[in-house]
Design a protein around this ligand. Structure first.
Ligand SMILES: C[S@@+](CC[C@H](N)C(=O)[O-])C[C@H]1O[C@@H](n2cnc3c(N)ncnc32)[C@H](O)[C@@H]1O
Length: 201
């Protein structure tokens, strides 16, 4: 067994979920190539729309500067958040996904490109790296919006189960939780999804 694989399994096992072995890594590229993209709602997250349209939460989100949507998929949230003064970048490691996205956006260049369903897409051993990266790239007072899903305790994934405590443990060293509420939107997700805003300390 390669050293890297051993390390991955070691990290996986330390989560207490033995089924997350390195050899079960999700093949996102194949999912995109075969159209196995059932998470794709075809529109921006209703919870994100609600955040922007609500006066109280809108003012917590910077209107200027640069935003990033890791694991952006079809990029609906990226396009939705982009504005003249807010430059948004979408990022996804499936080339097929990015090719589709670019083709779609080139039809409407007034729409640039965000994320949700990203932490749940990662095997649990990757979570600390996810949090570390945000702490590195988000400057003091910068904002991180997390659409927390699925908040349950099912086994396996993706999507891998999450809960508020996991987010707190990952983010609280570098971020203050400044807003959280149940997400509005997809009926199948009611009670399993929250939207939160974190501010970099
Ligand atoms: C469940 S999909 C969610 C897509 C989109 N956020 C949405 O809600 O419609 C997860 C996406 O993240 C991408 N992805 C998974 N792990 C990634 C990583 N480590 N870096 C970049 N993209 C990743 C996958 O290719 C896939 O498009």
């Amino acid at each position: 067994m390669g050293e890297e694989l051993k390390q991955d399994i070691g990290k996986s096992l330390s989560t207490g979920r033995a089924e997350f072995h390195a050899n079960k890594r999700t093949d996102w590229e194949t999912k995109w190539q075969t159209g196995n993209t059932q998470w794709d709602a075809g529109k921006p997250s209703p919870a994100l729309i609600d955040l922007i349209e609500n006066e109280e939460t809108n003012k917590l989100i910077p209107e200027h500067g640069q935003g990033l949507v890791p694991g952006c998929g079809s990029g609906y949230d990226v396009v939705f958040l982009a504005s003249k003064d807010r430059h948004m970048t979408g990022m996804d490691f499936s080339q097929t996904c990015v090719d589709k996205l670019v083709k779609h956006l080139s039809k409407d260049m007034s729409s640039p490109m965000i994320t949700r369903n990203f932490l749940c897409a990662m095997e649990p051993y990757m979570r600390p790296a996810w949090a570390k990266k945000y702490a590195e790239i988000i400057q003091k007072d910068g904002v991180l919006i997390t659409l927390m899903y699925p908040l349950d305790d099912h086994e396996g994934g993706p999507p891998f189960a999450l809960n508020e405590q996991v987010y707190n443990e990952l983010l609280s060293a570098h971020f203050d939780l400044i807003f959280i509420k149940d997400a509005v939107g997809h009926p199948s997700r009611i009670g399993k999804e929250k939207i939160a805003i974190w501010k970099r300390k």
